[in-house]
Design a protein around this ligand. Structure first.
Ligand code: ATP
Ligand code: MG
Length: 145
C-alpha cells in the first residue's frame, strides 16, 4: 500500500481503527518521521478522539482510556533495556484495550509475536509505503477496506 501524502496516511488510519478489538497489539516500525504517529492520529480520530495526539516520545505511554476500545499509544524510542520496559506495565493493559507501539524493536526481538506488525518506508516525494506482517488474529480483518 502507498500513501502519497499525509492525508492518505490519516485516511488509512481511520479505516484500520474500525477493525480494532480489545486485546489487539499493533506495532509501527519505520524511520524517524516515516509517519507512524500520523497513522495513529487517523486511528484515534476515527475512534472519536478530539484534540491533540502528542508524540509519546517523552511520555512513552499516552493513554486514551475513554475510547472504545481504549487505546494506549506507546513510543519505545527512548527505552534502552528490558527493565525500563517492565516498569511501563504494558502487560497489565493488554486485555483491556489496544496497544499501538512505535519503535517495537527497542523492546528486543519479537516482544509481541501476535501483533499486527506494520512498517512504513519513505520513498521519494513524500510517498510512504506500508507493509504488513499479518498474524492469525487479523486474517479476515486484513486489509482494511
Ligand atoms: N505520506 C505521508 N504520510 C505521513 N506523513 C507524511 C507524509 N508525507 C509527509 N509526511 C510528514 O512526515 C512527518 C511524519 O511525522 P510522524 O510524527 O508521523 O512520524 P513518526 O514516524 O511518528 O516519527 P518518530 O519516529 O519521530 O516518532 C509529518 O511531518 C508529516 O507531515
Ligand atoms: Mg512518532
Amino acid at each position: 500500500m502507498k500513501f502519497k501524502e499525509e492525508k492518505a496516511t490519516l485516511a488509512f488510519g481511520r479505516k484500520l481503527a474500525r477493525l480494532l478489538r480489545a486485546g489487539d497489539v499493533v506495532t509501527l516500525s519505520g524511520a524517524l518521521a516515516a509517519g507512524k504517529t500520523t497513522l495513529v492520529r487517523g486511528m484515534l480520530a476515527a475512534l472519536g478522539h478530539r484534540g491533540e495526539v502528542p508524540s509519546p516520545s517523552f511520555a512513552i505511554v499516552q493513554p486514551y482510556e475513554a475510547l472504545n476500545p481504549p487505546v494506549w499509544h506507546v513510543d519505545l524510542y527512548r527505552i534502552e533495556n528490558a527493565l525500563d520496559l517492565d516498569e511501563l506495565g504494558l502487560d497489565d493493559i493488554r486485555e483491556e484495550g489496544v496497544l499501538i507501539i512505535e519503535w517495537p524493536d527497542h523492546a528486543g526481538a519479537r516482544m509481541w509475536p501476535e501483533a499486527l506488525a506494520l512498517s512504513l518506508e519513505v520513498a521519494g516525494n513524500g510517498t510512504r509505503a506500508l507493509t504488513a506482517d499479518v498474524p492469525a488474529s487479523w486474517e479476515g480483518r486484513w486489509p482494511p477496506r
